[in-house]
Design a protein around this ligand. Structure first.
Ligand code: PHE
Length: 338
């Protein structure tokens, strides 16, 4: 190749750059001339065939060509708009990137709402550990050693003495052994039972325990009015409560507490299985033997306790048919509750 031919090639390549309409076309030109198998490297390879006298000029020529071509490519690329140097990539007129807003989990909602409702009645929130001992979870709650709930088929035992609490009631014991009356607490928390998971059972669920103990008389009527207030605040102003006699080792008398069905207002529907009522809580007057266990004088103090399942309220309140939905973290479900 002669110097004249080299000049002609250079002119040709620069006119191709000028004619390229966009970044893709420019890239083609770059590959054709500067790419690994491009024309310029091929010419450089043939330098050895150029007469020795012409070689220095030829070398300069190829270097100048490369520099001119690279500069022309960069210039042209800037003007076809791919690399806008001054206008930055930030365009304040574009819509923002949308991130799906989170929703509070129904279990958290019921716990927070319950805490707010009971706070208006003077209850504070108390806490206790998930790992409990036999005394707090059973013995001090007047549960005899042969009671079926203590069986290894019902309770997750960790050692002979330690277990995953089966109820939040042991927090009652912790609070009463620590504080003198009056005690007015609710205790939301996790509980564990060896239950096989199905639509209404889970081996790990949440309860809220309530306890009120005072040195002035406290009656079943106080318990009922407290739970009636809670029912209305939680489920709507039409909600009512009823008590049915029951048995718990740590309360005497004991009751089961039903809320009137918030769907049919007590008329009877599928949700309440046509009874007009939905079973919600266990409750009763604190058994004097429990007071003895915590060092209170049963002649001097009076109290009531209640306990209910958080998931159960969440399912009824939000119409959730399967308890497992609450644990699967499926955002399609959770975002519907937003
Ligand atoms: N701890 C009881 C349960 O898990 C509920 C309850 C609490 C009953 C307080 C009475 C008083 O079934």
């Amino acid at each position: 190749m002669t110097l004249a031919e080299l000049d002609a090639q250079q002119a040709q390549s620069l006119s191709e750059v000028a004619a390229a309409a966009d970044a893709a076309a420019l890239e083609q030109v770059r590959i054709r001339y500067l790419g690994r198998n491009g024309l310029l490297p091929a010419i450089v390879k043939q330098m050895k065939d150029v007469p020795a006298a012409e070689r220095p000029e030829f070398g300069k020529g190829t270097n100048a060509w490369r520099a001119a071509l690279e500069a022309a490519l960069a210039d042209r690329l800037a003007s076809v708009g791919t690399v806008k140097k001054e206008e930055s990539a930030f365009d304040c007129t574009l819509p923002g990137r949308w991130s799906a807003p989170g929703a509070k989990h129904p279990v958290s909602r019921v716990i927070e709402e319950s805490a707010a409702i009971f706070a208006r009645l003077g209850f504070t929130v108390a806490d206790g550990p998930d790992i409990e001992n036999r005394f707090n979870n059973f013995t001090a709650l007047n549960t005899p050693a042969h009671h079926p709930s203590m069986d290894a088929s019902d309770t997750f035992w960790l050692t002979d003495d330690l277990l995953l609490r089966t109820q939040t009631s042991p927090v009652q014991i912790r609070m009463m052994t620590q504080y003198r009356p009056p005690v007015r607490i609710i205790t939301p928390g996790r509980t564990y039972r060896r239950d096989t998971t199905d639509a209404t059972h889970s081996a790990n669920f949440h309860q809220i325990e309530g306890l009120y103990v005072d040195t002035k008389p406290v009656s079943l009527a106080d318990l009922k009015s407290t739970l009636a207030y809670f029912a209305k605040e939680m489920m709507g102003s039409k909600a009512g409560v009823r008590f049915r006699p029951h048995f718990f080792p740590f309360t005497e008398p004991s009751v089961e507490v039903d809320f009137s069905c918030h769907v049919c207002a007590g008329k009877g529907c599928r949700v309440c299985k046509n009874s007009g009522w939905i079973e919600i809580a266990g409750a009763g007057m604190v058994d004097p033997r429990v007071f003895n266990f915590v060092g209170y004088d049963p002649e001097q103090v009076f109290g009531y306790a209640f306990g209910f399942g958080v998931e159960r309220i969440a399912m009824i309140k939000y119409g959730i048919p399967d308890i497992r939905w609450l644990y699967e973290n499926d955002t399609r479900f959770l975002s519907q509750l937003a």
